[in-house]
Each structure stands twice: as C-alpha cells, then as structure tokens.
Design a protein around this ligand. Structure first.
Ligand SMILES: [Zn+2]
Length: 480
C-alpha cells in the first residue's frame, strides 16, 4: 500500500491570523465537527464529543459535591408555559422553533430554547414546605435556538449541548449565594482546566437573561478581538416563582413565593478552546481537557517493527493512568503522524526508535513550545507529568497575558472608538447606566456591554459616551 506522505494533503491552508477561515478549517481538518445536512447544525465528531465529555465529567463532579442532582425534563414546551413570564417570552420568541403536530391540537409545542418554564411547572407540584428546599437540580441536554444570525461551529448553532441548573430557595440571600457559588465553579472549570482566563461580573439590564433579576457572566477575549460569553448564572428573583406558583409554607406556617436560579455552560466552550490556544499548525489542547494527553509515535522499519512496538507498549504501560495513544498505523510515515497530532493539538508527543531503545530513552516534544528533550525511560513518567503541568500552566499564562494586554481604559469616546475599532480590544469605561446610551454606543461602534465591574466604591466621573454622571465601570467589546 502506498504511504501517505504528500505534504500538500496535510496541514492547514490558513494562518491563525486569518481567524475566521482558520477556525473553519481547523474544526473540519482535525475532525472536531462537520457540517450537517440541516443548515446551522453541526455533527459533533468523536474528538469534540470527547472534549465535551471531559468538561461534563469535571463540572458534574463539582455540582454533585455541592449537593446538586441530575434529572431530565421533556424537550417539548407548551407555548402557554413560555408565555407565563412575559419578559422571558419576548426575549426568546424570535428564536423559538415550534413543532407541527400530527394530531388535532390547538396548542403549539416549542423545542426547548431553555427549560425554566417546563421545569417550574413540575417544581410547583413538588414544593410544599420549607422542608422541600433548597431544590438543586441540573440537566445535561440539547437546546434548540433557531438562529437567524450567521452560524459557526460550536459558537452559534441551531442546536447545541449544555447543562442547565435550576434551583429553588427560601430566600433571596440563599439564591444569591447559589448563583455566586456556581459562578466560582465555572471560573474554576474554565481557568484551571480549559486554561482560559475570564472576567466576571454582572450583566446590564439590556444584556441580562430574559426574565432574570440579575445575570452574572464570565467573559473572555478571543484573539480576533471579540469577547465570548463563556457561561452565565442568573438570580431569577421571584419572577418565575410568581408566574408558575412555586410557593412554600415557611417555618412560621406562612405561605411564601420561592426564589429561583438558573445557570449554564455549553459546547460553545469548545469553540473558545480552539480560538484561544490554537496556532498556525492547528489546535493546542490544554492537557487537563485533552482526550489524548500524549501520543507515542514508534519509529520503525519492517525488520524492527515488532521490537519497537513492544517497547512502545511497555512505555505506555509505564506512563500509567493518563491518556496515551500509540500511533502504530503502518500506512503513515512518522513525519506524517507528527504533523497530524500537532494539528490535533495533542499536548505531548513521545517518539521512540531503535537508537532510543539502545540508550533506554524516548524523545518528548511539547506541542505548545515545540521543545524537544531526550528522557531516560526510568524517569519518563515523572517528567511527562511535569511537562503536562508546564503546558497547562503555560497555556493559561499565555492567554492571560493576551487578555491583560488587550484591555484598555477609555477616558473619552474618541479613545473608546479607537480601542474597539483599531486596537480590537476590550474597553474599560465609565457609563451612565442608561439603556438608551448603551444602545447608541452599540450602533456607533458595534461594541456591547460585556459586564459591570463590581466594586464597593461609588463610581466618580462622567459616562464615556454621553458625559452624564457615571454610575458603573463597564467592559465593552464586540462580541460573538
Ligand atoms: Zn451614557
């Protein structure tokens, strides 16, 4: 069989700086996802699904340790449920898809754009007294939002995967505690596992979740200068409890409305991983989230194949319980394999050939820096673990440096426009707090408020746009 080694078939045509084309090419060539027959939908191929499984596993553990349980509610939501909370309905209706039913029925069913309403219909039945609270449930599921904007794999598709937590509490204070504790779990997941630095804070009235009292958000800045919302945590106040009649008898036998929260992260995080860490050669996956943490490429000819594969298998065993793959495909050259695993972003490559076996060593190559090192087999496990940690830390450090160096303070509207349009960064600016002013800023520059920086101090000075008295300090950016 002819070996695959034609250079032109391999590698990427686009550079990372050609962000949009590069992204599309990486997603397909690394076999993360493929376009589906339905416009705006993608197929999660095994490689991206494995990343999602990792994210799920990590976050699922976090929420279970804090008393949450998983459940599953129907995909179909009666239209009258969506209508019960007016803000919620008007916020979601443009992108809700309804199904046409076969039997004669006057009511339409929506495909869930989010599940507050169907879940609260059940909660209202289950909750009677303070003893039933808090109720802490989560579901892992798919979501349908019939996007009219241009779609992009992982970042904006008509169907995606997520988790949605839905909790009920006896007081505002308890609900607020839940919302902030979830926010810090998201920070832990995204910074310490996905190696993506985030900014956290509150959304403005315009940008908050439809029906929420307050929305907290995690935002990151992508290399093309656009902010990406990584997750949100909402204190829904009593809005939904009143609409759905979720009430309980408290310890003094008084009937009260409950307080609810909801929070979610989605497969959008995979899009963030791709954009944040990738380079001209392709993906770079942080070791803690990579489906394959190290790949062993045995270098052999037919005469020494058996001996070298044996050594590779022994080496894999020696490395123990992190996820290692041996690439023993006969129809590819080692060079081809190197390029392919580099493109797929495997953090560590281990080469082992006849010379290495003689010297009781293997060659370790870091994906993030390209650094090569011959390591004795006797200490290889320790060194490999150390290198994976270094890669994880380096990716975060690199991303943090990028974020920090692309946040600029805007003191007047001229500098604000400059930051958004020319520097392609995030603008930190004082703002009057008025939605109309926010809208005008968006119309003029394309930038939206990403979050309000929380602080105890009163904000002094003037709004960057309208010069009225400032109420908040806000991060502005163009966004995905
Ligand atoms: Zn203003």
């Amino acid at each position: 069989m002819a070996k695959i080694n034609e250079k032109d078939e391999q590698g990427l045509k686009y550079k990372k700086s050609q962000c949009s084309d590069w992204y599309t090419e990486v997603v397909q060539k690394t076999e993360l996802a493929d376009y589906a027959a339905i416009a705006g939908c993608i197929v999660f191929r095994p490689y991206s699904y494995a990343i999602w499984e990792k994210i799920r596993e990590i976050f699922d553990k976090m929420i279970k340790e804090t008393g949450h349980e998983n459940a599953y509610f129907p995909l179909f939501i009666p239209e009258r449920f969506l209508k019960k909370e007016a803000d919620h309905f008007s916020g979601f209706i443009p992108e809700v898809a309804f199904i046409e039913k076969k039997e004669d029925d006057s009511e339409r069913y929506a495909l869930r754009p989010t599940s507050e309403t169907i879940i609260y219909d059940s909660y209202a039945k289950w909750i009677r007294s303070w003893r039933d609270l808090p109720l802490l449930l989560n579901q892992w599921c798919n979501i349908v939002r019939w996007e009219v904007k241009a779609t992009r794999p992982f970042l904006r598709t008509r169907e995606f995967l997520w988790q949605e937590g839905h909790t009920v509490h006896i007081s505002e204070e308890e609900a607020e505690k839940e919302v902030t504790s979830i926010l810090s779990m998201y920070v832990d997941l995204i910074q310490n596992y996905l190696a993506i630095p985030v900014l956290t804070g509150k959304k403005t009235e315009t940008e908050k979740f439809a029906g929420a009292l307050r929305t907290y958000t995690l935002e990151s800045l992508m290399p093309d200068g656009k902010a990406l919302q990584m997750g949100t945590s909402h204190n829904l106040g009593q809005n939904f409890a009143i609409a759905f009649n979720i009430n309980f008898v408290d310890k003094n036998m008084k009937e009260k409305y409950a307080w609810t929260t909801s929070w979610g992260i989605s497969t959008r995080l995979i899009g963030a991983l791709i954009m944040m860490h990738g380079d001209d050669k392709g993906l770079i996956l942080p070791p803690k989230i990579a489906p394959i943490q190290a790949v062993i490429v045995p270098i052999y000819k037919s005469k020494n194949k058996k001996e070298i594969l044996k050594a590779a298998t022994k080496l894999k065993k020696k490395l123990g319980n992190f996820s290692v793959k041996i690439d023993d495909r006969d129809y590819c050259t080692p060079g081809w394999k190197f390029n392919e695993w580099e493109m797929k972003g495997v953090p560590l490559r281990i080469e082992i050939g006849p010379k290495d076996i003689k010297q009781q060593q293997a060659i370790l190559v870091r994906r993030d820096t390209g650094e090569k090192e011959a390591v004795k087999l006797s200490i290889i496990k320790k060194i490999a673990i150390m290198k994976l940690e270094q890669i994880q830390n380096n990716l975060f450090k690199r991303a943090k440096k990028f974020l920090d160096s692309n946040i600029y303070e805007a003191t007047n509207f001229k500098s604000f426009e400059d930051i958004i349009k020319k520097k392609k960064g995030m603008a930190k600016a004082k703002w009057c707090g008025e939605s109309k002013c926010e809208e005008e800023i968006k119309d003029k520059t394309g930038a939206t408020t990403r979050l309000i920086i929380s602080g105890k101090k009163r904000v002094a000075g003037k709004c960057v746009h309208c010069s009225k008295k400032a109420k908040e300090t806000v991060y502005f950016a163009k966004a995905y």
